[in-house]
Design a binder for this molecule. Sequence first.
Ligand SMILES: Cc1ncc(COP(=O)(O)O)c(C=O)c1O
Length: 388
Amino acid sequence: MNIPIARTNLLDSEINSVLDPLKSGWLVQGPKVKEFEDKWCAFTGAQHSIAVTSCTSGLHLSLAASGFGPGDEAIVPAFTWISTANVVEHLGGKVVFCDIDSKTFNIDIAQIESKITERTKAILPVHLFGLAADMDPILTLAEKHNLFVVEDAACGFGSKYKDEHVGTLGDTGCFSFHPRKAITTGEGGMVTTNDSNLADKIRRLRDHGAAMTDLQRHLGARPYLLADHPDAGYNQRMTDLQAAIGSAQMDRAEGIVSERQGLAKKYDDAFANLDWLKTPFRGDDFEHGYQSYPCLFMPKDISLESVKKINAQRNQWMDDLQKKGISTRPATHAVHMLSFYREKYQLSPEDFPNAYAADQCSISLPLFHGMEQSEQDFVIEKMLEFKS
Ligand SMILES: Cc1ncc(COP(=O)(O)O)c(C=O)c1O
């Protein structure tokens, strides 16, 4: 067997959906983008959805639309994909890292307030791997300190917090359609918001600052006149080719989420009694979407002194699994340990010990819709052979 960490699963009808825009000649942001956005609103309950070139673009546009700029500070969890922090840098801001809670891999609520200064303008909670961050206390702090909240919901397809889909709780939410995510358009992203002024601003910034989209112009009374540009925007538009594939996958959105949840449940049951592996957190208020299945290796033994040793053991185990045909990955990286941030902000791993430990001791197992039962049985069988 050769089991990847994730495998793209597209039906023939989804693959063929790309023919429509190719034949119609409407290749850039047009009717398929609008269709995808409408389906996204229906699925998440967001009032506005704005398709963009990636989640990173969505994070960037969200912060830019809020007026975030040079000298402003934004709070970012130290364990996330690097782009959650990068967008702050791109706008000339300062990244202020916050450690995570090892139980959930998400931002540690208890530490956020101590990071707030008079320059703090934004917070970017991340719903890592499909588990929602604990949004109520974050929103309370945001209100108290007048912070703009951008939910990094890159992995948040089908993830809920107290029955609300993630991405609908903060000022904006940003999703990713990279191939390791539950639905994919190659590259691609979606911004959600319930604020219509913010939606208008993000739509303009996505499209060179234009007051009107090409689709609106073509459908309007005078398609031959160009739009005004009230902002100096960017080009972060999704193409209709990508949107066609995304829109087609939305027709089985519920099925994709429940299949992934079923796979996770089977892993949870199989590994429930292992003391060397902590499976992903489950909680009543948190419906996990399982973008991936991140576990902690040797959870009870982890301390600053033991991390290096456990990391070596974990890497050996990942190597053994790879030889057996099973791909695994560290769940994600501790951003404060990456050279750019380590050097710019003079940080050491111990500054955010939980993020450091998660970086060194986490292990994600293969999980993707379309995974065969025999493939999952094989992963379980080999995992249970581990001897410490
Ligand atoms: C938490 C998180 N944020 C942001 C991103 C960036 O997404 P994209 O590749 O669509 O820009 C990712 C992608 O892996 C992610 O996991």
